[in-house]
Unconditional design. Structure first.
Length: 117
């Protein structure tokens, strides 16, 4: 998978989760455009960081599990980005990030498993 494909997949999975949850819970009435921009911006900010990470620096865990720790760091960064612009608060920002990143990380694990010989 190319970086562009991975980025597009991350955006396609994470942005609807964030926006959908914010809309469903009515956490940011009248600020959904800001939430969309925050979700897109957070992914555009963090995706290259994870993509450029040297695999030699990661723990020797099997398959995609070796990316679990960096993914936690990414989730913390994105949670802060979600919290600030739309005034969601840190707790809600982190909950949104956890939901969005759990989905995209899980999808990555499935894709890794399907592409392994």
């Amino acid at each position: 998978m190319t970086q562009t494909h991975a980025l597009l997949l991350s955006l396609a999975l994470e942005v609807p989760v964030v926006v959908g949850l914010v809309h469903w819970k009515r956490w940011a009435p009248g600020r959904l455009v800001v939430v969309v921009l925050a979700a897109v911006g957070a992914t555009l900010l963090t995706h290259p960081l994870l993509w450029m990470l040297d695999p030699a620096l990661l723990p020797p865990w099997p398959g995609g599990l070796r990316y679990a720790l960096p993914e936690v760091a990414i989730a913390l960064i994105e949670g802060a980005v979600y919290a600030w612009p739309a005034g969601l608060g840190l707790r809600r920002g982190m909950l949104l990030s956890l939901a969005a990143n759990a989905l995209s990380y899980g999808a990555g694990l499935v894709m890794h498993a399907l592409s392994s010989p």
